[in-house]
Design a protein around this ligand. Structure first.
Ligand SMILES: Nc1ncnc2c1ncn2[C@@H]1O[C@H](COP(=O)(O)OP(=O)(O)OP(=O)(O)O)[C@@H](O)[C@H]1O
Length: 263
């Protein structure tokens, strides 16, 4: 429990080092902090001296040209890889979940058992069923993954993440393999789940329209760093036909292509 100002004991002999060791961003309440992060693979410097702070509950999209380092950055945040330099503070590992382009379901386990993987307790299956209902797959828990469409599999992957009640959801091109209509349905679902659960979301995407549709902030990764950090303040759910939407999409796209205009 946190002590309030009034009942916090004053410790004049407390070593200053103890305070210095406390990460500043924990005090500021950021969900994610990267400081001076670099990542190289041999001679290839993919990320260089990158700083990033993400507030709890924020939805951030990472865009950029193929090979710019989006997935590398996500992997560092997920703890799947270590930076060559700098620090990554992404909270506790058990509070982070990842979702990829490929749902990665175990074909020999029924849908609900896939969702319940790693859950302990007697209510694991009930929780899995509840998570499936939240992604629109109530009643499909006893089916085999092979009987699901690509979109349904990604819904299961989403349920498998949500059932752990993550504080940080890392999405690496989760909709990249889906058809346009299914993508739009998934956008709405992800947005609704994010609004309901309040997790922090980081979405890697090639699709600038997807980034503008979903994110509070769109970050463009280029030349090893964040070349653009664009706030998206359009009301939700966002209409792609709104002039403001198109203008922002165009602006980000121009940056991605390397010829921004300030007009
Ligand atoms: N394990 C690795 N070993 C060597 N090089 C790597 C490794 N992982 C990534 N790279 C290189 O780092 C660079 C960034 O890769 P990354 O996958 O992060 O890019 P990306 O922006 O996600 O690309 P895409 O949009 O095409 O998925 C690429 O040049 C890639 O070849």
């Amino acid at each position: 429990m946190w002590l309030t100002e009034l009942d916090a004991p004053v410790l004049p002999d407390a070593p200053d080092a103890a305070h210095a060791a406390q990460p500043l961003d924990t005090l500021r309440g950021l969900a994610l902090t990267l400081r001076g992060v670099s990542k190289s693979f041999g001679p290839r410097h993919v990320l260089q001296d990158l700083d990033l702070g993400v507030a709890p509950g924020e939805f951030v999209a990472l865009v950029g040209r193929s090979g710019c380092g989006k997935s590398t950055l996500l992997r560092l945040i997920a703890g799947l890889d270590a930076p060559s330099a700098g620090t990554v503070d992404a909270g506790a590992a058990h509070e982070r979940r990842l979702m990829f382009q490929d749902a990665r379901l175990l074909p020999w386990k029924r849908v609900a058992d896939n969702v319940a993987l790693g859950l302990a307790g007697r209510d694991a299956r009930d929780r899995a069923m509840e998570a499936l209902a939240q992604v629109g797959l109530a009643g499909r828990g006893n089916d085999w993954p092979a009987t699901l469409s690509g979109g349904q599999r990604q819904r299961v992957a989403l349920a498998r993440a949500l059932v752990h009640r993550p504080r940080l959801l890392l999405l690496d091109e989760p909709l990249g393999a889906l058809d346009a209509l299914t993508r739009l349905e998934m956008h709405r679902l992800i947005e609704q789940l994010w609004q309901r659960h309040g997790f922090t979301a980081l979405l890697v995407t090639h699709d600038v329209a997807e980034a503008v549709a979903l994110a509070d902030r769109v970050l463009l990764i280029d030349r090893g760093g964040i070349e653009l950090d664009a706030a998206v303040s359009l009301p939700r759910p966002r209409s792609r036909t709104a002039p403001d939407f198109a203008a922002l999409e165009e602006r980000v796209l121009r940056h991605v292509l390397g010829h921004p205009v300030n007009a």
